[in-house]
Design a protein around this ligand. Structure first.
Ligand code: A3P
Length: 289
């Protein structure tokens, strides 16, 4: 099943990262107070909504260079690594997590006023992308059918839970004031308007880059270029016959791929459940094509 090789952390389902129960308990207990460095940038994403993409862009921005680095987001993924290990990563660091708002290092972010980027993606493309992720990575041993995956995903019976809960958590928090600098952006806008989205990011980060470098960052972080990055560094075991193949986290990288997966009936059921769960929440507006 989809929750195979996942772990329940007090009702919150996580991938089975390599650490003991005690280490995991300590990690979550100490998470709120994590001691950031002044020059850390924090990247928040739900799974499959642009983590690796934004990680690369942010890394290039902080390095003031359009060279790919050997770095991978796993090294600073806060729910997957022991604090002692994360603390050995050299600056500038792109700290990142898929955790929902209640499991963020909130006090740490507030204390150092860490610049934090939240990247969101439309839920239908997310659902398709997560399905392929589960089927592609050997660790999960998941070979469920698409029609069986949909309810699992919509009901949040998988790692990181429901996307609607994630979004509602953020909307509530933003309305109350998060107390640290937060920039919200969308996968779909980055796809269609890269340079504009990069400029918004740069303004938020208070970093100036010349036009040639800005253009080259967007070029190098385009889907076709990023496929050529050395993805072996992520150490994932991919099934050879899947769409991911050896391209790591790069599958299609498009907006609207969900249309080739959802039947009309599945789409209607999805909309119905989504709209009912998101009733009263309208902060985040998604583009589906
Ligand atoms: P698809 O499965 O729809 O192709 P994450 O990094 O959060 O795991 O998200 C992975 C998704 O982002 C995948 O979506 C992947 O193809 C897409 N992606 C990664 N880099 C991208 C890029 N440079 N341009 C467009 N999409 C990208």
């Amino acid at each position: 099943g989809a929750t195979l090789n996942a772990r329940d952390v007090g009702g919150f389902i996580q991938p089975h990262f390599p650490m003991s129960e005690t280490e995991l308990k300590d990690l979550f207990k100490n998470m709120p107070n994590y001691k950031f460095r002044d020059d850390d940038v924090m990247l928040l994403t739900f799974p499959k909504t642009g983590t690796n993409w934004l990680y690369e862009i942010l890394k290039m921005i902080l390095n003031r260079s359009s060279e790919y680095t050997e770095d991978v987001k796993m090294e600073t993924m806060m729910e997957s690594r022991l604090v002692a290990d994360i603390d050995t990563v050299k600056s500038p660091r792109i700290m990142n997590t898929h955790n929902p708002y209640q499991y963020l290092p909130i006090k740490g972010l507030q204390e150092k006023q860490i610049k934090t980027v939240l990247c969101l993606r439309n839920p239908k493309d997310y659902t398709v992308s997560h399905y392929n992720h589960m089927r592609s990575i050997k660790l999960y041993e998941y070979d469920g059918k698409w029609c069986d995956w949909l309810p699992i995903c919509m009901d949040g019976k998988l790692e990181y839970g429901k996307y609607t809960d994630y979004l509602k958590g953020f909307e509530n928090a933003i309305k109350q004031g998060v107390g640290f600098p937060l920039h919200v952006m969308y996968f779909e806008d980055l796809k269609s308007n890269g340079l504009e989205e990069l400029d918004k990011l740069l303004k938020f980060l208070e970093i100036d880059l010349d036009t040639a470098l800005r253009k080259d960052i967007i070029h190098k972080c385009g889907f076709d270029q990023m496929v050529n990055k050395n993805w072996d560094a992520t150490n994932f075991m991919f099934h050879e016959e899947t769409e991911f193949n050896t391209k790591g986290f790069m599958r299609k990288g498009s907006v609207g791929n969900w249309k080739t997966w959802f039947t009309v009936a599945q789409n209607e059921a999805f909309d119905k459940q989504w709209n009912s769960e998101m009733e009263g929440y309208n902060m985040f507006k998604f583009r589906y094509a």
